[in-house]
Design a protein around this ligand. Structure first.
Ligand code: ADP
Length: 770
């Protein structure tokens, strides 16, 4: 057995010296005291600490509590508490803070052990006390860092990773993993080169010792994730690498969006510039607060004022002075009265026409901006001027055409007068049967020719807007009866009935244009008769409405004739339209009748409708508004008369220079037993009227030396001749003529060529024979 553990006295001394040296060489305070707190031992560090803190040279037997009481940093109660536990045989370990509050505070690690005597009784306490402030500080610092790091790792889309020399991932943490649907360290064990092939080359460089920064893209389930990676050799573990990857997908997305938005804006601006250039329109905006005007590129170009921002006065300085003034006033009004404006003005430099529009932009009742557009309308303006010129030329041309037609009709009507007049006469002179047939053809053709001339003239009159409507009192019942009487011969000729039905509530006298109404109804009735071979034609009048002074009458003309193909019905009111190619040959007509009828109705504010089926007949229905007549029976318009009664005993002066007209008129008037005197000029007429007593004067209008108007005016001033009836003979059907006729004192007019019945009716009307 070894006796190595048995210590000799010199050994003990040596051992004590070593232990003492050991105790005195440690920086920890080590000391012990008995149950009265009297020091039983202490090492150098403790002695120095007491000296430092209290300025006392510590001796064995000094009282710890007394010394401790000198230092406010020591909590006496705590010391007693610990002491109590130690006396009970426990070891107490604690870390206490010492020092002045707010100043340096030391953290002390204190271990208190009981001291035993040989019998095992606790005799006091040994204290091991070490300043651990630095350790605590480092721990705190490290905790702080960890907290910070966690904060970053948890909140930034970042991944921190470590890779070992074999390329295997040994750590992978951070909330950036979530985007890859991975948890912390779920990548551990995976091969980084295989896992992230797009990063392979960069990993390689890091393994070779480089610090590498790179951006790579990873695709996961069709989603593209973009990472900014920093990798470098591991500072502690040679051969490994460490790094972090920041998910910059959103940032990149935002950058791209911004880039796209910028591109879009650029495109929009380009588009705006181009479209403004094409549309020749510039835009501007006035900031009411700063008074500065922003203008688009085109407006700068248009105005020639290229400054970036400018004032209103400057911006409008390219207009002529008065125009610039009016725009400025308009802008002031736009701001103050919140009123938009729209002006057409001219530039002073290039004499351009410009349209300037401005609108106030109002916010919470205040005008904050005025926005506007400026268009170069020079082309439109010059086109407008051209148009005005062209319109004038066209109107002149239309007038010339009108004049030409009037002249021509006059020229054609005179010989027509003769032809028709003679046919009428021949027919009344008991012709032989074979002559009768030829005469009837001649009558049909000549009347057709006359209606053609009348239609063309009427149509051109309507087209040139020259038509005027009379507003005179007339007896509606009488007018309809006369129209019916006038059409009966044609109906009888075809063996069909012409019926007239009038509502009892229709007034007797109404105000309107009886001549035009007669023309409309005659046209529709004659068409109905023309295109009906069996059955009847019915004219039906009813009152459909009326307010105040007005009344609306419906006229329905229906027949049981051939009808009109539905396909043609919508064209039937257009000019020169006939339902069948052979219509003109079989029935005559120009295809103008319905066109004229419709326009006459439209111009009087009425409307016309057609209902028809092939083989079933046609119904034309028209509505016209008239004024209510005030007189019981107005100036009566009398239609043609059927039977002639002798006018013997009456003397008529026929003022006419045309031989043929004289001959035709005379032949009829002689048939009616009238006594006729002749005058070839206005002067002669005046002379004859002065010298003789006539019952009526028939006055031609266009004559050499003195025309009919002048002659009539003179006659009206001859005493005793103021009431002498004067009826104008006119080849012109222009509305103004009628007015002129009445103005110059004549009573009425009859158009040439004479319809014998019309002439007769007029004569008896003025001779007051009924
Ligand atoms: P036109 O002078 O040739 O009669 P309109 O304009 O009066 O010209 O009529 C145009 C065409 O409409 C006629 O040619 C005929 O074909 C058709 N038409 C007009 N009225 C009737 C009707 N009552 N029955 C059948 N066809 C008609």
């Amino acid at each position: 057995m070894s006796n190595k553990n048995i210590l000799t006295k010199p050994d003990l001394l040596e051992e004590n010296a070593r232990l003492k040296a050991l105790l005195n060489n440690t920086s920890a305070s080590i000391f012990s005291f008995d149950h009265n707190f009297n020091y039983t031992a202490f090492n150098k560090a403790h002695q120095q600490a007491v000296k430092m803190s209290r300025g006392i040279d510590l001796k064995i037997g000094d009282n710890y509590l007394e010394l401790a009481g000198m230092n406010s940093g020591i909590d006496k109660h705590k010391v007693l508490e610990i002491f109590k536990q130690v006396m009970a045989g426990k070891t107490v370990e604690t870390i206490e803070e010492f020092g002045e509050p707010g100043l340096y505070r030391a953290h002390l690690s204190i271990i208190c052990n009981p001291t035993y005597d040989d019998s095992g009784k606790v005799t006091g306490m040994t204290v091991f006390c070490q300043d651990v402030s630095e350790r605590i500080r480092l721990e705190k610092e490290s905790q702080e860092r960890t907290r910070l790091l966690h904060g970053i790792l948890d909140n930034l889309p970042v991944i921190v990773f470590e890779i070992d020399g074999q390329g295997l991932i040994t750590r992978s943490i951070g909330s950036g993993l979530k985007a890859m649907e991975l948890k912390d360290d779920e990548l551990v064990g995976a091969n980084a080169f295989e896992q992230f092939p797009t990063a392979a080359a960069h990993l390689q460089r890091a393994f070779l010792g480089d610090s590498v920064l790179f951006i790579n893209t990873i695709e996961i389930d069709g989603r593209k994730l973009i990472y900014e990676n920093h990798i470098f050799p591991h500072p502690d573990q040679v051969g490994n690498i460490i790094g972090f990857a920041l998910d910059i997908t959103q940032q990149k997305g935002a950058e791209q969006k911004l880039k796209r938005a910028k591109e879009e804006l650029k495109r929009t601006v380009n588009l705006l510039d181009t479209s403004q250039q094409i549309g020749k329109t510039g835009g501007w905006e006035l900031d009411v607060v700063t008074g500065s005007v922003y203008r688009t590129k085109y407006l700068k170009f248009l105005s020639g004022i290229l400054d970036e921002t400018t004032t209103v006065a400057e911006a409008v300085s390219f207009y002529r002075e008065e125009d610039s003034e009016s725009v400025q006033q308009a802008v002031r009004d736009a701001i103050a009265l919140q009123r938009p404006y729209d002006l057409e003005i001219r530039t002073k430099t290039s004499e351009k026409w410009v349209r300037s529009i401005g609108i106030p932009i109002v916010e919470k009742g205040r005008t904050i901006k005025v926005m506007g557009a400026v268009s170069d309308i020079s082309e439109r303006k010059s086109a407008e001027m051209e148009l005005v010129k062209a319109k004038k030329i066209a109107e002149e041309a239309a007038d010339a055409k009108q004049q030409f037609l009037s002249n021509m009709s006059h020229e054609i009507r005179t010989p027509m007068n003769a032809v028709i007049g003679m046919v009428h006469l021949l027919l009344q002179e008991d012709p032989m049967p074979e002559q009768l047939e030829n005469l009837n053809i001649l009558k049909f053709s000549s009347e057709n020719l006359l209606s053609l001339i009348n239609d063309i003239l009427d149509y051109s009159k309507i087209e040139s807007g020259k038509i005027e409507f009379e507003l005179i009192d007339f007896n509606l019942t009488e007018l309809l009866n006369n129209i019916r009487l006038g059409q009966i011969p044609q109906a009888e000729e075809k063996g069909i009935k012409l019926k007239l039905k009038m509502d009892s509530d229709l007034p007797e006298v109404i105000i309107g244009d009886p001549v035009r109404l007669t023309q409309i109804l005659n046209n529709l009735i004659s068409n109905a008769i023309k295109f009906t071979n069996d059955g009847f034609v019915m004219v039906d009048l009813s009152l459909v409405g009326g307010e105040d002074d007005f009344l609306e009458i419906n006229f329905t003309i229906s027949d049981t004739g051939i009808g009109i193909d539905p396909a043609l019905q919508e064209y039937i009111f257009e000019s020169f339209t006939q339902a069948g190619a052979d219509t003109a040959r079989r029935f005559g007509g120009t295809g103008l009748g319905l066109a004229i009828t419709k326009r006459l109705i439209d111009l009087q504010g009425g409307n016309i409708r057609l209902e028809s089926a092939l083989g079933k007949g046609s119904t034309f229905s028209l509505n016209l508004t008239f004024r209510k007549g005030i007189k019981k029976s107005g100036r009566q318009y009398s239609g043609p008369i059927q039977e002639f009664i002798s006018l013997a005993g009456y003397k008529v002066l026929l003022v006419e220079d045309n031989e043929i007209n004289i001959m035709v008129a005379s032949k009829f008037m002689q048939k009616w037993d009238l006594e006729i005197d002749y005058a070839a000029t206005g002067i002669e007429a005046v002379e004859k009227v002065k010298a003789n007593e006539y019952h009526l004067v028939l006055m031609d209008l266009q004559m050499p030396e003195m025309d009919g108007y002048t002659a009539s005016q003179i006659i009206r001033n001859i005493p005793g001749k103021t009431q002498l009836p004067i009826v104008a003979l006119t080849a012109s059907v222009l509305a103004e003529i009628n007015e002129k006729v009445l103005d110059s004192g004549m009573n009425d007019h009859v158009s040439k060529p004479f319809n014998p019945m019309e002439l007769y009716s007029k004569i008896i009307q003025y001779l007051r024979i009924t």
